[in-house]
Design a protein around this ligand. Structure first.
Ligand code: CAA
Length: 259
């Protein structure tokens, strides 16, 4: 992969860390950034040494949305021909390893939508979430009307999307949009610690757990429960399942080999 221009990539133990890094535009998600992000996520997904991925921005902004300056002169034919916004944005949904969004500052429009595409969100106490598209004469275009509604319910999603009002970290936690709020100075360390804990478990089992939870958003209850049962039963084909249960019975720590 050529050196990315708009993101910073590093590993912390078994955790892959991607930082959005366009400070001059509050990490607005231009096309080039989304392509770089997609490539970095795919590379971590393919790396056997990595068990979880943390996606973060800066102290001031996770991301202030799609790049308005890049978008402003596009016409209907352009966005249809390019399938804007789907084609470059949904890579995060194809990643099998858990992706944790660590959000400080603004997560607006496409920034909020990108965080919601991740498997879970940890917020700094400075985080602000919003879907301000209505103020620009558009509606959310990267899943905001669907994922925010599923996360916080119809009334709050409707209010935010119809008015552009932002929600602070405490409200986001109360509403169930974020898993946890932590002091801003501890955000990355907390997110990496969470990633490390996930990475300490069996990779195929983690992937199945993620798949099963995500199925709750795509299927009926009966279908979801059926998938869960089959995936649960599939765990019995793994050495890691035998090891996990044997270690419990023998009162020792399990050693998972990701097989
Ligand atoms: N696109 C392009 N540039 C952006 C941007 C965006 N989404 N958000 C901020 N910037 C740029 C600003 O233009 C400014 O650049 P200049 O210094 O060259 O003028 C720089 O980042 C710093 O921003 P501000 O000076 O505005 O910073 P602030 O602290 O005063 O305000 C803010 C912060 C409230 C987040 C404000 O920047 C803002 O409202 N940004 C736009 C938020 C928005 O509307 N997002 C939705 C985009 S549409 C979308 O995302 C569609 C979709 O569903 C996918």
């Amino acid at each position: 992969m050529p050196m990315p221009e708009h993101i910073l990539v590093e590993t912390r133990g078994a955790v892959g860390l991607v930082r959005l890094n366009r400070p001059q535009a509050l990490n607005a998600l231009c096309d080039a950034l989304m392509l770089e992000l997609g490539a970095a996520l795919r590379a971590f997904d393919a790396d056997e040494a990595i068990g979880a991925i943390v996606l973060t921005g800066s102290e001031k902004a996770f991301a202030a949305g799609a790049d308005i300056k890049e978008m402003k002169d596009r016409g209907f034919a352009d966005v249809v021909a390019d399938d804007f916004i789907g084609n470059r944005w949904e890579t995060v949904l194809e990643i099998r390893k858990p992706v944790i969004a660590a959000v400080a500052g603004f997560a607006l429009g496409g920034g909020c939508e990108l965080a919601m595409m991740c498997d879970l969100i940890i917020a700094a106490d400075t985080a602000k979430f919003g879907q301000p598209e209505i103020t620009l004469g558009v509606i959310p275009g990267a899943g905001g009307t669907q994922r925010l509604t599923r996360a916080v319910g119809k009334s709050k999603a409707m209010e935010m999307i119809l008015t552009g009002r932002m929600m602070d970290a405490a409200e986001a936690e109360r509403a169930g949009l974020v898993a946890r709020v932590v002091p801003a100075a501890e955000l990355i360390d907390e997110a990496v610690k969470l990633g490390e804990r996930i990475a300490s478990f069996s990779r195929p089992v983690v992937a199945m757990a993620k798949e099963a939870v995500n199925a709750a958003f795509e299927s009926s209850l009966a279908e979801g429960v059926r998938l869960e049962r089959r995936l649960f039963q599939s765990c019995f084909a793994l050495a890691d399942r035998a090891e996990g249960m044997a270690a419990f019975a023998e009162k020792r720590k399990p050693v998972f080999v990701h097989r």
